[in-house]
Design a protein around this ligand. Structure first.
Ligand SMILES: Cc1ncc(COP(=O)(O)O)c(C=O)c1O
Length: 373
């Protein structure tokens, strides 16, 4: 066996040994408590029809964009969509990226420069970490949601300072203390960047996100809104000033050096926003409240969360995998989140609630969780 094949095998064997090996699967358990399709948009026949109807109105329809946005891949429709989305979220401007991953990598790798400082929450998403790694700025982490630790790091910061948080954390489902963080940023003249991936569609009067709900739109330097979670489609937008948009068009490599989203996807994004406007914004919160109430009734401890993401800790890869397998055998699609995705000892079931989960399914899931104890 060649040296490189041996290396690959050894690394995979290490993962097998500590029960953290990842495999793709096509399992479809009947009761979805795992996808990020919180509002059921990805599976909505009504949204599909809206998209299909809308597509027929596009005059110069191309199956693929045929080039990057800076070459042949741009359309007036895309730019109009960006402005509509920016207006919806009360931002000056927006730039669509092909995914949330691309948006975070593009933003963080291009704006902070050598001599600047990026301060991130320790639980920040991998796409932000990767963006920071591509930047020459100095990076500090602060303890999760810990304002005092953030202030300690702000005191060390030099150059242009960027504080990056998620409004709703993707693995814990808890909410950042955004008002306090924003006040500190103001005090230390730091630029606040907020990833709203899991808040979009869930928080805000019409699903505009937490920054909108908390009236902080004027206080943030940039927001990242992704379309692959509650919006049920694909892609992301960076919201910010007109200059930020123009800067990213010039310097964000994950925007510049990639083929643009096909027009079909832009139509899907725009239609999802139309659909969001017509949705019942309380429905998901009724499901979240029911789940929390049932947990309490059964005396089950969960991570503190008001979002659609709920975590039940099992504290080892083995125990978490076993719990997931038992629940899956009963039809519940719940997934084990293992180390190293989360810290050792913090392994958990990540349960996502959806508008389409029936009350009976939620009550039954909690009963089955109780039986695991
Ligand atoms: C907080 C957060 N940011 C960004 C992303 C990446 O978004 P996308 O799936 O559109 O690449 C995710 C997705 O997992 C996420 O949870």
């Amino acid at each position: 066996m060649s040296k490189i094949e041996q290396f690959l095998k050894d690394k995979l064997q290490d993962r097998k040994n500590n029960l953290s090996i990842r495999n793709l699967s096509v399992n479809n358990f009947p009761f979805d408590f795992c996808s990020n399709d919180y509002l059921g948009f990805a599976r909505s026949a009504e949204l599909k029809k809206l998209i299909d109807d809308h597509i027929t109105t596009i005059l110069h329809y191309l199956n693929g964009a045929g080039g990057s946005r800076l070459l042949s891949g741009n359309t007036a429709y895309t730019e109009e969509t960006e402005q509509l989305i920016a207006d919806f979220h009360l931002a000056e401007n927006g730039l669509i990226f092909n995914s949330g991953y691309d948006a975070n990598v593009g933003l963080l790798s291009s704006v902070p420069q050598r001599g600047d400082t990026i301060i991130t929450d320790e639980l920040i998403h991998a796409s932000i970490i990767d963006g920071c790694r591509l930047s020459h700025a100095t990076r500090y982490k602060f303890d999760h949601n810990n304002i005092n630790d953030l202030e300690d790091k702000l005191k060390l910061a030099k150059g242009n300072i960027f504080v990056v948080v998620e409004s709703v954390y993707s693995m814990d489902g808890d909410i950042a203390p955004l008002i306090e963080i924003s006040n500190l940023c103001e005090q230390y003249q730091a630029n606040l960047i907020v990833d709203e991936a899991h808040a979009t569609g869930i928080f805000g009067n019409n699903g505009q996100g937490l920054i909108h709900q908390l009236n902080l739109t004027e206080k943030v330097f940039a927001r990242i809104v992704t379309f692959g979670k509650a919006m049920g489609v694909h892609g992301a937008i960076v919201l910010g000033s007109k200059s930020l948009r123009h800067y990213l068009i010039n310097f964000a490599r994950s925007f510049i050096y990639t083929t643009a989203s096909p027009i079909h996807n832009i139509v899907a994004i725009r239609s999802a926003y139309v659909f969001l406007d017509k949705s019942d914004h309380q429905h998901i919160h009724q499901k979240i409240d029911l789940f929390r109430k049932e947990l309490k009734k059964q005396s089950i401890t969960a991570l503190d969360s008001k979002s659609a993401i709920q975590g039940i800790l099992f504290s080892s890869n083995e125990a978490t995998k076993l719990a997931a397998t038992i629940l899956q055998s009963k039809g519940f699609d719940v997934r084990a989140i293992l180390s190293p995705t989360v810290a050792v000892g913090k392994e958990r079931l990540r349960i996502c609630l959806h508008t389409f989960n029936t009350d009976d399914e939620i009550i039954s899931l909690v009963k089955n969780l109780k039986e695991l104890n």
